[in-house]
Design a protein around this ligand. Structure first.
Ligand SMILES: [Zn+2]
Length: 188
């Protein structure tokens, strides 16, 4: 007799081996874990996006000065239109990303979802499979206390790859949130 799932030789009567049975039981247990404990989302903030994309304004002001010295009112208007359009696109994309990204923490697992345009990803990670959570902060993020939180699963190298793990960008109140997450997960 062989195990129906992994093909291992069975020592006792049955359809599946003890390893596969254990994995199946564990999965069933995880499915029952539906009580939401905590949730994190990617933050959408116009002030943050403008601060992060300050280069758009720098280019705009420089171009404006050139236009003014050349004396073209039409060019000036065109520039304002372009600036508006560029900012509009940046804000639109960021809002969409923020709406589609979240991680919900249950008692034993975390479920990460990412939806953007045609992408629709869901990942479930058991707390016992989580190895580390690392915050990354850029210059603008530091000012806003935002951070990109990386969740590394076991078998991956923190800081190098996110295989089986996930990342949530621009998490608000990052310092405080990280403490709460570590408590919920039991990492410290
Ligand atoms: Zn098996």
């Amino acid at each position: 007799m062989k195990c129906k799932i992994c093909g291992a030789e069975l020592k006792k009567e049955g359809d599946i081996c003890t390893n596969c049975y254990k994995a199946y039981k564990e999965e069933e247990e995880l499915k029952k874990d539906v009580k939401e404990v905590f949730k994190i989302k990617r933050k959408y903030s116009i002030a943050f996006e403008i601060a992060k994309n300050a280069w758009v304004f720098v280019i705009f002001i420089l171009s404006s000065l050139i236009c003014l010295t050349a004396g073209g009112i039409l060019e000036e208007l065109l520039l304002i239109l372009i600036l508006g359009a560029v900012l509009g696109v940046i804000l639109f994309i960021d809002k969409r990303l923020a709406m589609g990204t979240q991680a919900v923490f249950y008692e034993k697992k975390v479920v990460y979802t990412f939806k953007f345009l045609f992408i629709n990803t869901t990942k479930t990670v058991k707390y016992s499979d989580l190895r580390d959570i690392t915050p990354f902060q850029g210059f603008t993020q530091k000012r806003f206390d935002y951070a990109d939180l990386c969740f590394y699963a076991k078998g991956t190298i923190p800081g190098v790859n996110l295989l089986n793990g996930f990342q949530i960008k621009n998490v608000e109140n990052a310092t405080e949130i990280l403490e709460i997450i570590k408590e919920v997960i039991g990492l410290s």
